[in-house]
Every structure is written in C-alpha cells, then in structure tokens.
Design a binder for this molecule. Sequence first.
Ligand code: ZN
Length: 291
Amino acid sequence: MKDYIVRATAANAQIRAFAATTRELTETARAHHDSSPIATAAVGRLMTAGAMMGSMMKNDTDVLTLQIRGNGPIQGLTVTADSRGNVKGYAINPNVMLPPKNGKLDVGGAVGIGVLSVIKDMGLKEPYVGQCELKTGEIAEDLTYYFATSEQVPSSVGLGVLMNKDNTVRCAGGFIIQVMPFIEDEVLDRLEANISKVHSVTEMLKDGHTPEEMLEKVLEGFELTITDTMPTQFTCNCSKERIEKAIVSLGKNEIQSMIDDGKTIEVSCHFCNTQYHFEIEELEDIITRSK
Ligand SMILES: [Zn+2]
C-alpha cells in the first residue's frame, strides 16, 4: 500500500478529520540513517503528524517545521512538510536504544522532558511560531496538547509505528480529529466516547486498517465525508548548492581555516544523509565568490 493522506469532515462539518498511512516514508527515513527502532518510531510518528498538518496549509510554498528538543537520549527531532504531502525528518541521535516500557518502544523515555515548536513559514515577513512543553514525549499527546493550548483547536491525535523483527518498518500511520467552535454538545459527547474506545493506532494498523477505515472507527456513528485523498512521501530537496549556502553561512574565517587544514570536507544532509564532498579548490571558490 502506497502512503497517502485522507481528509474528511463529519457531523455536518462540525468535525474535521485527517488520517494517513506512512509505512513507506517512515521506512525511507529509517533506511537513510539505519536508525534504531525507538528513533524510527519517534521520527515516523512526527513525520506522520507533519504530513497531515502540512496538508492543512493553503499554499504550495508554505513550509511547516515540527521541532522537538528534549533532555532524553534522542536529544531532538526535526520534521518539515509542505502542503502537498512531501515530508522529511530526522532524529539528532538515531541510534538510541532503551529497554521496552510496558512491552512497547519507550519513545517518551527517549525524548524526555522538553519543548515542541511548530513553525509555519507562509511567505510572510515572520513565520508563525507556536510552542508548548512536552506532555509525555510520546508525540501524539504532545501534539494534542499543542493544538489545545497554542492553536485553541480541541483535537485528538493518534500516531503509531510498528516495527518488524528485522527492525524495518511494518506499518505506520495516524489520525488527527479536530472539532469546530460551533460543535453541538451531543456531537462532542459522542466523539469523546468514540475516542476513549480507540485503544491504539498501532493495533488498528496491525489489523490492516486503511486511513479510511481508521476514520470510520474513530468516527463511528457519524456521517463521514471523505473530501480528498493525496499521496504523501519522504522527499528531500537537498543539493550541493544548498549545502554550499550552509558552508557560506559559517563565515569566511571558518572556511579559511578548513582550507588551511588542507583537508577536503564531507558534509552530509541531516535529513537524507546524502554525502556532499568539497575539494579545497571548491572551498577557495566559495570564499572568492562570497567576497
Ligand atoms: Zn537531503
């Protein structure tokens, strides 16, 4: 099954809903960094949320960044997404190993206590930045808390990544349910009762539920309208030119000292781990051109 995002409304648009299957993009991120199961689960959950939240943005050029910084051994996670289902992400420490907690990957333990930042660059002078403290470090709860406190949109976020025994990704996906300010009390009560019955996204994925089926389950008893479906994928837009810009931003003194060391340099992309190689002459060129 290819990765895709489904967008839907229910109860006469009093509820809006998103669901996604993201096994391929999570496996792509895992393969780029050969990341541990916990790091893969953490990045996969955040990328799944990022893909759905990206699809909430209006313009093709809008960029969403989700950043987590915590005191746990994974140190942090960064995900960026656009409005067309392109998403990428990485963990600062992709090799984290921790013993399981209650038989599950201890993502909360790997992330620790910290801060979630949501940055939306919509081409305005200043990007929108929303921040909140991490609730559990399990990511779905943290995003639920973020939506409630920072965007004032009551939401329920469910995210799951299940690994195979050989440490590849077996399934990944999730949902975001949001209620509109004009929601009727009885609709909200029924929704809350539904959500309290949903034990785990991972279980639904394991049972082979598609995004549509996940929404049917979470929104059982509501009239559900699927508004659209779009593919989502791991996409990295790095290039030698972009890496060169990053080198330029180090400043002339720093570049000169690399030249003086007489060593060619290797820079790898944080997101996709592609190695970019710069010869001494190329570094000299960069200095000349940045004068
Ligand atoms: Zn890259």
